[in-house]
Design a protein around this ligand. Structure first.
Ligand code: ZN
Length: 148
């Protein structure tokens, strides 16, 4: 268990695309544990592996009573209305921008043991997943932010 450094914009790693995870081993589990420790220490609600310098398709979410990781997440469908909400990012500490996101998404991903899952998500959790999946493509909130 360890708290690791979070890379901040304009670190170039934040602009790179992450690789698919193929090894579901102890190294993956300890990375996920470190990511949770780091995110919790910052009182974050989501974190993507590139933010800790690891270009692998791993995101974690912790919002209200739900805490989970998604490995190789893919958003299969966007639906529902779109809404606008202000977002921040642990890699951009002073920045807050309004971002349009879909309210409902269908997601396929894997758990840390490699097991595949598919589920629908809406509201805040769906927003966090969309934000974190963007990180895996090197996309940051300032790319999507609406002018104030
Ligand atoms: Zn972020």
């Amino acid at each position: 268990m360890a708290i690791v450094d979070i890379l901040e914009y304009p670190h170039p790693v934040l602009r790179q695309k992450s690789e698919i995870v193929t090894q579901f081993d102890d190294g993956l589990t300890s990375l996920i544990v470190d990511m949770f420790d780091t995110m919790d220490s910052m009182k974050g609600i989501g974190l993507a592996a590139p933010q800790v310098g690891v270009l692998q398709q791993i995101i974690i979410i912790s919002f209200e009573s739900q805490s989970f990781e998604l490995i190789n997440p893919k958003i299969l469908e966007f639906s529902g209305k779109r809404d606008i909400q202000e977002e921040g990012c642990l890699s951009m500490p002073e920045v807050h921008v309004d971002v349009v996101r879909h309210n409902t998404i269908k997601v396929r991903a894997q758990k840390r043991d490699g097991k595949s899952i598919e589920f629908e998500s809406d509201g805040m959790i769906a927003r966090i997943i969309q934000h974190e999946v963007d990180h895996l493509d090197g996309i940051l909130i300032t790319d999507k932010g609406l002018p104030k």
